[in-house]
Design a protein around this ligand. Structure first.
Ligand code: NAP
Length: 335
């Protein structure tokens, strides 16, 4: 029997997830959708043979919905995840889990109170083949101990009303989660450096930014976040170890040699670059829900990412190097 999934938020990524689940992946069907953009959601419902719900809360509590995907605007995530936990249903929430560490703690409290892990956070880079290879190489001690990570996260242009704070809390949050997962340790120091601002950054937006992190064991990480780079979507990562380096490879692309030039296309956005990672992420989530277990990025991972992002944000505002106090992971998440 297919798992009956309800999707809240039928914007860019919500539509991608619905298409994936109904046309590509196995074991689930999107049976219900909701969005405050009623007309768009109704047309998606019709196209994918699912039911439109006028209220997200009604969708969550419907008998026709067994598991929920939250793909609406960031400030709505916590409310819909909390409601899903109260309904005792598995919920996949797009990153960030909430807009602050405080809100993620409310989710953690509710999940622990319910007594079962129900939440997975959409940190899809953990499912990218390239990053998984890097993790294996690190764990197999192929380059000795990692010492430094250099990384780049560039978007062609940001969404309208994108803010300086979102650069960290919505964008760099991917790297914050990823390097914690890759290295298996938390962070102890954060700093944000603001270089000269691009003329393409609108309004008050400071872009690019450089986030500097140091892990508990002293690995130094630099993340360039540049949301107005103009030329495409570009994500890079190099891990420098004691005995070698590991560089993230882009997915397969044909290289053209013509008229004295060698070229290949650049991904236009995240949906193409991480297409395979989204497939694997959602297929594993469907499989886990059907087995009645959760193995993906947890609420605790969502909390640690938001907690670190909040402190990075403070470091930027205060223009200071900030210490990140250690957080003890509850046994419920880290046995
Ligand atoms: P989007 O295109 O703006 O879609 C968000 C949708 O949610 C819009 O249709 C919006 O309606 C709707 N919405 C807002 N408030 C709502 C509410 N109270 N109830 C129901 N629907 C509501 O944005 P997106 O790019 O798809 O991003 C959606 C989420 O996914 C964000 O949290 C983002 O951080 C995350 N995301 C994750 C990744 C990843 O790599 N994992 C990539 C992209 C996005 P209106 O347009 O009318 O406001």
């Amino acid at each position: 029997m297919d798992l009956k999934v309800g999707v809240i938020g039928t914007g860019f990524i919500g539509r991608e997830h619905i298409k994936r689940i109904n046309n590509k992946l196995s074991g689930a069907q999107v049976t219900a959708v909701n969005d405050i953009n009623v007309e768009a959601a109704k047309s998606i419902a019709e196209k994918f043979n699912s039911k439109f719900y006028n209220s997200a809360v009604d969708l969550i509590n419907s008998d026709e919905v067994e598991a929920i995907i939250v793909a609406s605007w960031d400030p709505t995530h916590a409310e819909f995840v909390l409601e899903s936990i109260k309904a005792g249903k598995y919920v996949f929430c797009e990153k960030p889990l909430a807009t602050s560490a405080e809100e993620t703690l409310m989710i953690i409290d509710e999940e622990i109170k319910f007594g079962k892990k129900l939440v997975q956070v959409g940190f899809m880079r953990r499912y990218d083949r390239g990053y998984r290879e890097i993790k294996n190489e690190i764990e197999n001690k192929e380059i000795g101990a990692p010492l430094i990570i250099h990384s780049i996260h560039r978007n062609k242009v940001p969404e309208p009303q994108f803010t300086t704070e979102m650069s960290i809390k919505n964008s760099v949050i991917h790297e914050i989660d990823l390097y914690r997962w890759l290295l298996g340790e938390d962070y102890k120091i954060a700093q944000v450096v603001i270089p000269k601002t691009s003329k393409n950054a609108e309004g008050e937006l400071l872009d690019p930014q450089i986030v500097l992190l140091e892990t508990e064991s002293g690995v130094r990480i630099d993340v360039e976040s540049f949301v107005n780079c103009q030329y495409g979507y570009d994500v890079r990562c190099e891990v420098v170890g004691e005995e070698g380096t590991l560089t993230l490879a882009d997915p397969h692309q044909t290289i053209k040699r013509k008229k004295g030039k060698k070229s290949h296309p650049i991904f236009p956005d995240w949906s193409d670059r991480f297409s395979e990672a989204y497939d694997i992420e959602l297929q594993e989530w469907i499989n886990d829900v059907k087995k009645d277990e959760m193995n993906g990025p947890s609420s605790w991972d969502g909390y640690m990412a938001s907690y670190t992002a909040d402190l990075c944000s403070q470091a930027r505002i205060k223009n200071e190097i900030i210490e990140i106090p250690t957080q003890k992971c509850p046994d419920f998440y880290c046995k």
